[in-house]
Design a protein around this ligand. Structure first.
Ligand SMILES: [Zn+2]
Length: 135
């Protein structure tokens, strides 16, 4: 079974993931933009039990925009690591940039495309949703 590792910029927090992603998505929503400081976020979803923190303790912040989203990040360097949405229990997403090697990730969908910045080009390889993915 594949093992993926990752962590924050300063190295205080490290994690290990066993197993393959449930899905991967680019998210163009305002919260993801603010949290990452980037034009959009690429979120890789795993089963919560497959993610193990091997070093450090992430700080938590709760953002409330309809669904409650808990962000986990490094309190020292500020790197965004994980997100937990109240709408999808047992699933946690990993910010793609925190993975040591993210070459295995293939995003299938883009969500909140109605919020995307004008200069962001949507991929031809993804399905696009104006808001969230239909459940
Ligand atoms: Zn850090």
């Amino acid at each position: 079974m594949a093992t993926h590792t990752g962590g924050c910029l300063c190295g205080a927090i490290r994690y290990e993931i066993t197993g393959e992603p449930v899905r991967a998505a680019h998210c163009h929503c305002d919260d993801c933009r603010k949290a990452t400081g980037a034009s959009f976020a690429t979120n890789v979803f795993f089963r919560e039990e497959d993610i193990k923190i091997t070093q450090g303790t992430p700080k938590r912040f709760q953002a409330d925009s309809g669904d409650t989203m808990t962000k986990e990040f490094c309190g020292n360097c500020g790197s965004q690591l994980f997100g937990i949405g109240s709408g999808s229990s047992g699933i946690k997403h990993v910010k793609v940039g925190s993975l040591d090697d993210a070459s295995f990730v293939h995003p299938q969908i883009e969500v909140y495309t109605s919020k995307k910045l004008p200069f962001t080009r949507l991929s031809d390889d993804t399905e696009h949703y104006e808001t969230s993915r239909p459940r």
